[in-house]
Design a protein around this ligand. Structure first.
Ligand code: SAM
Length: 317
């Protein structure tokens, strides 16, 4: 427990898929004036430096968001969901830096959307949970800088447990209840897969009309393989619509013979790292599938790997 630090992975291909989906979903929900409760059960540190430390060590952002910055968000050929995401990332990197120096995590992306001038002056609430002591401390410090008062709350609590007390969300003055929940564990412990499914099942009982976004890694592990099937079954049993999107970047071309020469010299064989991930959305907004179908080919093209790359977008009928 607690060996995972998102700082090594911030801005990688998995964050790109997750955050394009999150931003497009939230953008749609914010077209309505009624207030929203936003919940991030596994929030991370909130924002990450890309120009040093963990990000430079891993190189994941360089192979992720840095490559997308060749795309012109103002070009009408750029898919709207991708352009919107890129503009948001750029807004955290004022000063015209060609390459992002910081990467906002889900808490700051959600806060940025709820505090945009175009958002009607309604009282959205953001509730963030993070267990890692160092990341929780960093998150608290980043949230304090937002001066958002009680609109944004941070707790060093188990996000799965905390979620139960937040659903259903409070009714607005107009009587509506609306919530978006991001469930984004590190899957560092095997039980996270079962906890994700249990959290969705319980949440749908408490608040069937909530919008639930779940990220998961696509790795050769039975629990990871079974998770999207389980989530589809849960959504179907509750009679709710769903969307399932995956992004696989494919293997990076290895320098000729590098694996063989590593083996021959007794050096560790280079490991490819995470190559694919998925997002599962329950109660997805109208046309999120079309938005992702337009955006993901452009993302893949910019990421530029070859062998095995691809995406899927599947939605319930
Ligand atoms: N949602 C963040 C984003 O998109 O920017 C990234 C979150 S990262 C993938 C997962 C985080 O969950 C890690 O920072 C980890 O310390 C934290 N974590 C792990 N188990 C947790 C739990 N049960 N409750 C809350 N946080 C947890």
């Amino acid at each position: 427990m607690f060996s995972y630090r998102h700082a090594f992975h911030a801005g990688n291909h998995a964050d790109v898929l997750k955050h394009i989906t999150l931003v497009a979903t939230l953008r749609h929900l914010m077209r309505k004036d009624a207030p929203l409760t936003l919940i991030d059960t596994h929030a991370g540190a909130g924002i990450y430096r890309l120009d040093g430390g963990a990000a430079q060590t891993s190189g994941e952002a360089l192979a992720g968001i840095a490559r997308l910055q060749a795309i012109d968000a103002a070009d009408p050929a750029t898919a709207p969901a991708l352009a919107d995401y890129l503009r948001l990332i750029a807004s955290f990197n004022a000063g015209g830096a060609a390459v992002a120096r910081v990467y906002p995590g889900s808490p700051l992306l959600m806060h940025a959307l709820m505090s945009e001038p175009a958002r009607p002056p309604v009282h959205d609430r953001l509730r963030l949970f993070e267990l890692h002591p160092t990341d929780a401390q960093a998150l608290e410090a980043h949230v304090a800088q937002l001066n958002a008062g009680r609109q944004v709350g941070v707790a060093r609590q188990d996000g799965f447990e905390a979620l139960k007390a937040l659903l259903p969300p409070p009714a607005s003055a107009g009587g509506s209840r609306r919530a978006l929940v991001l469930i984004d564990p590190s899957y560092e412990i095997k039980s996270d897969y079962a906890r994700v499914a249990a959290a969705l099942q319980d949440s749908l009982k408490r608040f069937a009309t909530g919008v639930y976004l779940i990220w998961y890694p696509i790795i050769p592990r039975p629990e990871a393989h079974a998770l999207p099937r389980r989530l589809k079954t849960l959504a179907n049993q509750a009679g709710r619509g769903w969307l399932h999107a995956t992004l696989s970047i494919g293997a990076a071309p290895l320098a000729a013979g590098s694996a063989a020469s590593a083996r021959a010299t007794g050096q560790p064989v280079p490991r490819p790292g995470l190559l694919a991930s998925g997002m599962f959305v329950v109660n997805p907004p109208h046309r999120l599938d079309t938005g992702l179908q337009e955006a993901l080919p452009q993302v893949l093209h910019a990421l530029g790997r070859e062998r095995g790359r691809g995406f899927t977008v599947e939605a319930s009928g």
